[in-house]
Every structure is written in structure tokens, then in C-alpha cells.
Write a new protein. Structure first.
Ligand SMILES: Cc1cc2nc3c(=O)[nH]c(=O)nc-3n(C[C@H](O)[C@H](O)[C@H](O)COP(=O)(O)OP(=O)(O)OC[C@H]3O[C@@H](n4cnc5c(N)ncnc54)[C@H](O)[C@@H]3O)c2cc1C
Length: 495
């Protein structure tokens, strides 16, 4: 077995601490060969090992945000929990930096690191549904599109993200917002159990009955506590046809639409999940061509109940003002969940900032209307999630996720293309920051950890959890990962 230790590589001059990483997989192999081995191997690992000498290396290290360009020493693509355990032990023995990759969607790019090992779950995407008990077992590298597809075959669903190619792993461990959350709770409120590989390389299960302290931490505490190889979720009857879709109005109507929406959303039944999207109309085939790229505000709806009830629930929204286009209609739930997939493709460059809003005050609405359309790129957008309902009926300290009482969660997404200039990137980043700053007087305490970007450091992690939940997370961290092996994330330090 290859015995690469970070300190050996440093001593050999192959790895320069903090700077010139070991950039060439061939040199890794050379380092191993020099010790009498011809191949890099991990004992007990039967997955795929990818280094810089493999043709797949660039694809394997790429994440959803194309602005992230990191070069791991190796990518360990796992097929089973035993592979994950072997990779964790290998990395720990050699003091290698560890990154864990679920769907690869984290905007901060935490799924990939420089110099270290990526424990890659992208080949572990199986979803098994037990319709009798209304439960699903979902492997740690699955995407939400996988879950919606398999569960909808039985007319079932659980709360999941609003874009089908987002990973179940990261999204769940941060809390999990989605169209069904007002009726069925956050994703973590539907989590029944998680099988995970600990920092010691052991496979354990956390649930309300086994390791309950760990189970509490996993429900919002992110990837700090181990590598989850399987999630078990509660399912609910949803669809398969639901009343769903967006209504668009011209950007000039933003203030009026948001004032109306404030009342409409405030009185909406729990079944009605809505997300407001501000930016330009995405050039999707279902939208009339003449509207493409036009600045507009959209309210996307999904009614988690009978279609007829849904039609009634959205009636006033559709009648408000003069919509540019109304795409609300009975639709297959799984198709609706994938409707936004092409608007945020893999490989474009992204920068985000997010805030909680206690409510949509007139001042908050004015700030949103002033800034939402001021981005230079037509691809940049802002999303406003309507929270409350079942989310806020769970106590803030019942799970690690701690922003349950807020009314809205806003995320400002700067987007530019990979071949666009550095000036363009700076302009989009500056727009996001300006907009975020302007919202500050209207923001509520807390922030959603999964919407934090790379420059959101320890103070924002504290903000995400609040002092009390963070203290408890740190205690659990000290029990399960005292050396902070899993720190390439929005880190909770062992307390
Ligand atoms: C286009 C888009 C849409 C989104 N929509 C939503 C939404 O509707 N609702 C919402 O709540 N969030 C949403 N998000 C945010 C999303 O929750 C985060 O980006 C999340 O990190 C994605 O999870 P992932 O597995 O794809 O990420 P990855 O980048 O693979 O992982 C992020 C981190 O999570 C941890 N992690 C991932 N998988 C595991 C695992 N199996 N075991 C242990 N740790 C793991 C690791 O620490 C990793 O660094 C969206 C993001 C994007 C880019």
C-alpha cells in the first residue's frame, strides 16, 4: 500500500505548505514508487482512485460552481460505506486534508480541496422506497432529482431542494428548504436516521434512539460530524399531479407585486410553498421567446394538496395586476421540481450572499426593488423563500438548524460565464455585496448555513446557529471528531 504522509511530502519538497501544492498526480505515483510501490492503493477500498495523471481528473475535481478551481491529491470515488471508511482511515493515517463531496453544489466549493483527498460520493446515488412504511433510503451522493423520481413513482415525496441537480447530502445536513417545507417541514424534519462513517472510520447509525446527540447535530450542523452514506426519510402523499408553476410580472411592477405578495404569502395555507425570483426571464422553452431576458419578478408556487384546492389557493395571485405570463397549471410534481435545472447549470461562475428577513417591510421591498435588477449580468438573480408553516412549529433548539421563526430567506446570486472577464466577475460580486449591505437594516438574526459563500467565515457560522446551538454542536463535535478531521466545510470547532 502506498504510504504517503503529508509530512513526508513536505519533507521531500513535493508539497509546499499552504502554497505550491503537489500539482502533478504522476509525482504522487513517483513518490509511492520510490517507496517500492507501483500503484497508489488504499487498503480495503474497491472504488475508483483518480489522480492528476488520469484523464478524468479535471472532471472529477470540478464542482457546480465553475469559479472553484482546486487540485486535490486524489479523488476517492466510493461505491460503498466500506470504501468511505477505508478512505477516511487512509486520510487520517496520513494527515491528509479531507473534503467530502455529495452533489458538489455548495457555492463555496467545500466539496473539493487543494492537496488533500476528496471523498467522492457521486457514484452512491441509489434511492430505495418502501411505500408501505412511507420511507425512503437514499445514498449519500444522490441528487434531489433522483429522490423525486423514485418517490413519485409511488405518489410520494419528501421536502427537497428546488433544483433537481442539487445534492441530498449537503442540502440535508444544512437543514433543507423546499416547496414542501411549509406543509411537511424542513428536510431535516423528515430525516429519520442517517448511516455515517465517523472520523475514526467506523460505520454507525444516528437516529432518535441511537446516538441521539449526533442525530440532533446532523439536522443542520453540516458535514462536520462524519460522512453520511445513507439517509432515511419520511415520505408523504404528494401529487403526482400538483398545481404548480410561476407567474411573471414586469420588473416595473416589483413594489406592487411584493406588497401584494406580503399579504398573500402571510395568509397562505401551509400547503402552498412559494419562492419569488427576481432578475431576467430565463430563456426556457416553456416561456414565450419575446419575454426571454426581460427583467421580471416571478412568484413560483407549488400546492402540496389536491389540484382543485391549489387552484383556489393561487386564484388571487394570478388575478393580481397584469402578469406577463402565467404558467401556473396542474403539472407532474417531479417535472416541476426539475423546471429550474437549466437556469443554473454546472460550470457557470457564482457568488452568493444570503440573509433572513423577519418580514417584507415597505423598506425591505424598496431595497429589493432598487437592487434586484441592477446586476450587470442577465444571469444574476435573487430568490426569496417563504418560510414559516411547519418549519416554525418546531423549536429552534430541537435540531441544530436554528432560523425557524423567520418569514423569508433571501439569497442574492451573482452569476457570470467562465469566459467572461475578471472585471465582469468583480462587477457581479460587488452587486451582490451592495445589495446585501443595503438589506442589513431589514435582516433578521441568523442565516442559512447552506447559502454561505467562501468569504463567510466563523462569525457567520456563529450567526447561522446562534450561541446556544453552536455550543451544543461544538460539544457533539468534540465527542465524534475531536481532531476536527472534517473541517473543510462551514466549520464547527470541537468545544
Ligand atoms: C442551484 C442551487 C439550488 C439550491 N437550492 C436549494 C434549495 O432549494 N434548498 C436548500 O436548502 N438549499 C439549496 N441550495 C443550497 C444547497 O443546500 C447547498 O449548496 C448544499 O451544500 C448542496 O449540497 P451538495 O451535496 O450538492 O453539496 P456538496 O458541495 O457536495 O457538499 C457541501 C458540503 O456538504 C457536506 N456533505 C455533502 N454531502 C455529504 C455527506 N453525504 N456526508 C457528509 N457531509 C456531506 C460536506 O461538508 C460538503 O463540503 C441550492 C444550491 C444550488 C447551487
Amino acid at each position: 500500500m502506498g504510504t504517503i504522509r503529508r509530512r513526508d511530502l513536505l519533507a521531500a519538497g513535493l508539497l509546499v505548505a499552504g502554497a505550491d501544492a503537489l500539482r502533478d498526480g504522476a509525482r504522487v505515483h513517483a513518490a509511492v514508487r520510490d517507496r517500492g510501490n507501483s500503484n497508489l492503493q488504499i487498503g480495503g477500498f474497491r472504488g475508483q482512485l483518480i489522480t492528476a495523471k488520469d484523464p478524468e481528473y479535471d472532471a472529477a475535481r470540478a464542482v457546480w460552481n465553475g469559479a472553484i478551481d482546486r487540485r486535490p491529491l486524489l479523488v476517492a470515488r466510493c461505491g460503498t460505506s466500506a470504501d468511505v471508511a477505508a478512505a477516511v482511515r487512509f486520510a487520517r493515517d496520513r494527515e491528509l486534508e479531507i473534503a467530502v463531496r455529495g452533489g458538489g453544489h455548495n457555492v463555496a466549493g467545500t466539496a473539493v480541496c487543494d492537496d488533500g483527498i476528496v471523498i467522492d460520493l457521486s457514484a452512491m446515488r441509489a434511492v430505495r422506497v418502501d411505500p408501505a412504511s412511507r420511507k425512503a433510503r437514499v445514498q449519500g451522493g444522490a441528487l434531489w432529482g433522483d429522490v423525486d423520481r423514485e418517490t413519485q413513482a409511488y405518489g410520494l415525496a419528501t421536502t427537497g431542494g428546488i433544483v433537481g441537480h442539487t445534492g441530498v447530502g449537503g442540502l440535508t445536513l444544512g437543514g433543507g428548504l423546499g416547496f414542501l417545507m411549509r406543509k411537511h417541514g424542513l428536510v431535516v424534519d423528515n430525516l429519520l436516521a442517517a448511516e455515517l462513517v465517523t472520523a475514526q472510520g467506523e460505520v454507525i447509525t444516528a437516529s432518535a434512539h441511537e446516538h441521539p446527540d449526533l442525530f440532533w447535530a446532523l439536522r443542520g450542523g453540516g458535514g462536520n460530524f462524519g460522512v453520511v452514506t445513507e439517509f432515511q426519510f419520511a415520505l408523504h402523499a404528494v401529487g403526482p399531479t400538483v398545481m404548480a408553476g410561476p407567474v411573471f410580472w414586469a420588473a416595473d411592477d416589483t413594489i406592487d407585486v411584493l406588497r401584494f405578495y406580503r399579504e398573500f404569502a402571510g395568509e397562505a395555507p401551509d400547503e402552498l410553498g412559494t419562492v419569488v425570483r427576481l432578475g431576467t426571464v430565463p430563456p426556457l422553452p416553456v416561456i414565450p421567446r419575446e419575454l426571454h431576458w426581460r427583467p421580471a419578478i416571478a412568484v413560483a408556487c407549488c400546492y402540496a394538496g389536491p389540484v382543485q384546492e391549489g387552484e383556489h389557493a393561487v386564484r388571487d395571485l394570478r388575478r393580481f395586476g397584469a402578469p406577463l405570463v402565467d404558467l401556473l397549471a396542474p403539472a407532474p410534481y417531479a417535472a416541476f421540481q426539475g423546471a429550474l435545472d437549466d437556469t443554473v447549470p454546472r460550470g457557470w461562475h457564482y457568488y452568493w450572499k444570503s440573509a433572513n428577513l423577519a418580514g417584507l417591510t415597505d423598506d425591505a421591498i424598496r431595497v429589493v426593488a432598487d437592487h434586484a435588477y441592477a446586476a450587470a449580468s442577465p444571469r444574476s438573480y435573487t430568490a426569496l423563500f417563504h418560510m414559516r408553516g411547519a418549519v416554525s412549529r418546531v423549536a429552534n433548539d430541537a435540531t441544530a438548524y436554528a432560523s425557524r421563526e423567520v418569514a423569508h430567506n433571501i439569497v442574492i446570486d451573482g452569476v457570470w460565464l467562465p469566459d467572461e472577464s475578471a472585471e465582469k466577475a468583480e462587477a457581479e460580486t460587488a452587486w451582490v455585496r451592495r445589495f446585501f449591505q443595503a438589506l442589513q437594516p431589514n435582516s433578521a438574526p441568523g442565516v442559512y448555513v447552506n447559502f454561505l459563500d467562501a468569504d463567510d467565515g466563523a462569525s457567520r457560522v456563529r450567526e447561522a446557529y446562534g450561541d446556544r446551538n453552536l455550543r451544543r454542536l461544538a460539544e457533539v463535535k468534540a465527542r465524534y471528531d475531536p481532531d476536527n478531521a472534517f473541517h473543510h466545510n462551514k466549520n464547527v470547532r470541537p468545544g
